[in-house]
Structure formats: structure tokens, C-alpha cells
Design a protein around this ligand. Structure first.
Ligand SMILES: [Zn+2]
Length: 315
């Protein structure tokens, strides 16, 4: 990790298009590859996939892009997100190890490729894909993410969701009740959070990044105030024993999610005050409104500068 020692470097980092890379990797990525998406694909192709049992028949796979939730039942498996396609051999091996037969259902929490790139092969195994209607819309067309410097082609028809919902949906599968909820604009405008009611495990998609500043996809309708609203809604759903699974990072509970909410609100308040005083983005970055949180939240994935920029865009 490099320290920020000059204004020019700070400006470079502020412009850094990385969303998943640390500041040092991001600078390297700008020099060496066209998009962080390619660097992430390369890294994921070599990454181990780790299986963590959560509660009951619910597990999470880490290391294949976004976290992948797995419910294993006698009727087959239900997945939450499909990861990046280059990780397919390791994901398949992990799924077989969990038992329960082939995936029957796949729920996409949102359209980003690190959660949906595996849709086609999971569908080939027989899974029906479910998502919010806006997520299907993005997946069915070429979609550009300016901050990542990358344009994602439409998924093939086989990889598109066949079942869509608008505000909520309840599924019954393998003895589990699954609630899907949508609360408007958040990380994108097509997010879903997924609550396994009996196991009491809540999958947040990229509304929550546990231990990392979150990306917010303004180009796909996301905004900082939506991230705050969704996090409040999730805390209203979660009980004291609910296991809460982020899109990136380890599972946690209410205390960790509440700490994340406090961070989002405080950074939003600070950036809004500075912007309200007429400060430019460069001036806001210079004043380091995230400083008190950077050691905990900004040391690994999104740089503090990039997150500040995302908040600035939305206040
Ligand atoms: Zn995402």
C-alpha cells in the first residue's frame, strides 16, 4: 500500500477508475491494463474458492467475484449470485461438495458481472434465474460502467432471468422460505436483498461491503442516499441473531451493519456540508472527509478518494 504524498498523486487517485482495487493496485492497473474488470478477472481465475457454512443448509462461497450464497436441499440447490465465469470449475467443485444436487434456482442481487457472469452456465445446469426487473433489463443489453472503463455485452438469452419482480417476492423451496425485497435506488436501481427466513440469513448483495467502502453505480441508478435507506431497511428486517452476508467481505451481524450505516451517514453529512459551502471535488478530497474511517474501510478495496468522489456525486 502506498501513502499519498503529493497533490498530483491524490488527483490521480481521485480519477482512479478502480472500484475493487486498492490505491496501489489501481495505479498499476491504470498503467498496465485497460480496465480493472480485466485485472479482476485475471485475479479471480487464479483465486481459490472458499466454502463457509453459515447456518442450517445455507453456506457462502468466497473468492469467485461477489459472494455466492448456497441453499442445499433435498430438492436441489438455490444460489444467490453466480460469481465470475472464470471461477466456474472451482465454484462447481464447491457446489458438489455441499450436496443437494444441481442448482434449481439462481437469484441475482443486481446486474454487475462479478455477480452474474456465471448466469449462463448455472442456467445450463437447469437453474431458473430470478431478479428485479431492472437487473434483467441491464443484463439484456450492452451496459457501460464509466468508472470501470468497461462496456459489458448483453448476456446470452440463456443467462437472462426468467422470473422478475418489482418490490417483493416470496419463494418456498426445499423447506425454506425466501423473501426478496427491493427498496428503490441503492447500489443500482435493480438491487434485491434475499432473506432465508427459517435459517435467518440475510444476503445484502452490494448494498453492504463489510470492511470496505462500497461502490455505488450512479450510471445504473444507484445513489448514496439509497445506500443509506437500504441499509436502514435491512436493519429493520434483521433480528439479533440474523447472519448478514455482504456482497464483498465476510458475513457479520447487526452490529457490523449498524457500524457501516453510521459510517455512510457521517461521510455523507461531511461531504454534503463541504459541497454546500461551495467546495469543489478537489477541495473536498483535500480535506479528507473520510479520514477517521480510512484505516478500517479504505485500506483494501475502494480508495478513500474514490469513495469520497462517489458520495460527492450524490449530495
Ligand atoms: Zn455491484
Amino acid at each position: 500500500m502506498i501513502a499519498v504524498k503529493s497533490k498530483s498523486l491524490a488527483r490521480l487517485l481521485a480519477r482512479c477508475i478502480s472500484t475493487f482495487l486498492s490505491a496501489s493496485v489501481c495505479v498499476g492497473a491504470i498503467a498496465e491494463v485497460a480496465s480493472p474488470v480485466l485485472a479482476i478477472n485475471d485475479a479471480t481465475a487464479k483465486s481459490a474458492v472458499t466454502v463457509r457454512a453459515l447456518r442450517g443448509s445455507v453456506s457462502v462461497l468466497e473468492g469467485a467475484g461477489g459472494n455466492i450464497g448456497v441453499l442445499s436441499t433435498q430438492q436441489g440447490q438455490l444460489l444467490v449470485d453466480a460469481g465470475i465465469a472464470v471461477a466456474r470449475p472451482r465454484i462447481e467443485a464447491a457446489l458438489k461438495g455441499l450436496g443437494g444436487g444441481a442448482p434449481k434456482w439462481l437469484i441475482n442481487t443486481h446486474w454487475h458481472w462479478d455477480h452474474t457472469d456465471g448466469n449462463p452456465w448455472v442456467a445450463e445446469l437447469g437453474a431458473t434465474i430470478v431478479s428485479h426487473e431492472r437487473t434483467r433489463m441491464y443484463l439484456a443489453k450492452r451496459t457501460n460502467v464509466i468508472e470501470w472503463g468497461y462496456s459489458f455485452p448483453a448476456l446470452p438469452e440463456t443467462g437472462l432471468p426468467k422470473v422478475v419482480f418489482q418490490t417483493s417476492k416470496t419463494m418456498e423451496f426445499g423447506g425454506e422460505t425466501i423473501h426478496l425485497k427491493h427498496f428503490g435506488t441503492g447500489h443500482t436501481d435493480g438491487d434485491a436483498i434475499v432473506h432465508f427466513v427459517n435459517a435467518d440469513v440475510l444476503f445484502m448483495g452490494d448494498i453492504w461491503w463489510n470492511g470496505h467502502y462500497p461502490f455505488i453505480d450512479y450510471g445504473a441508478g444507484g445513489d448514496i442516499d439509497g445506500m443509506i435507506r437500504w441499509t436502514r431497511e435491512a436493519l429493520a428486517i434483521a433480528g439479533p441473531k440474523t447472519l448478514i452476508v455482504p456482497g464483498h467481505g465476510p458475513a457479520g451481524g447487526r452490529a457490523q451493519l449498524a457500524e457501516y450505516l453510521d459510517m455512510l451517514i457521517d461521510v455523507r453529512t461531511r461531504v454534503a456540508r463541504l459541497k454546500g459551502e461551495g467546495k469543489s471535488l478537489a477541495q473536498v478530497l483535500e480535506s479528507q472527509p473520510t479520514q477517521r474511517y480510512d484505516a478500517k474501510w479504505g485500506a483494501f478495496v475502494l480508495s478513500p478518494y474514490f469513495f469520497t468522489q462517489l458520495v460527492y456525486m450524490g449530495v
